[in-house]
Design a protein around this ligand. Structure first.
Ligand code: NI
Length: 173
């Protein structure tokens, strides 16, 4: 394994960092650089005990995310250039984000989604998901458009969340 680039845990970007609000660029080729990015996302996701992590959350505005909802029936994975091609129903559950630690709120999402993209080798993948995996894929996909879960709650709840966030700001910096 001497030739392999070592995986590394990267710094997670927090709310307020402009990279989280970027519309990320499509990946042109799934090459070694992208595979290395995927490895770092996976390493960082597990280190942070998250169930998903998108490239902009480690400062890279590319359309890539990883996920692992810790369900033995659901394979963890990666999606490059993902696209939600079908969505039905709604679900409402509490959601959080590694980029906004300490904040949680009920978010309405589509219940079932079909999502297409590329895997770590650049091969096409098509996933059908419901429940938590579906929620996770929608949350991570939002990150690639600069959208955070706090954008998907009512203005009143968002104000309360942002107030709480600003109160704890000192402890993060
Ligand atoms: Ni997130």
């Amino acid at each position: 394994m001497a030739d392999a680039t070592p995986m590394s845990v990267r710094e997670v970007r927090y709310l307020g960092d402009p990279v989280l609000r970027e519309v990320c660029r499509e990946v042109e080729a799934v090459d070694e650089e992208i595979r290395s990015l995927v490895d770092d996302l996976i390493e960082t996701m597990y280190e942070q005990d998250g169930i998903g992590l998108a490239a902009p959350q480690i400062g890279i505005p590319l359309r890539v995310f990883v996920y692992d909802v810790r369900d033995e029936d659901v394979e963890p994975g990666v999606l490059v250039n993902p696209r939600i091609v079908d969505a039905t129903g709604t679900q409402r559950e509490v959601e959080g984000c590694l980029s906004i630690p300490g904040l949680e709120e009920v978010v309405e999402r589509m219940d079932r989604v079909v999502i297409e993209g590329l895997d770590r080798d650049g091969a096409p993948v098509r996933l059908e998901a419901e429940g938590l995996l579906s929620r996770c894929l929608q949350h991570e996909n939002d990150h690639l458009d600069g959208v955070l879960f706090i954008d998907r709650v009512s203005p009143l709840k968002r104000r309360m969340l942002l107030k709480k966030w600003s109160k704890t700001e000192g402890s993060r910096r």
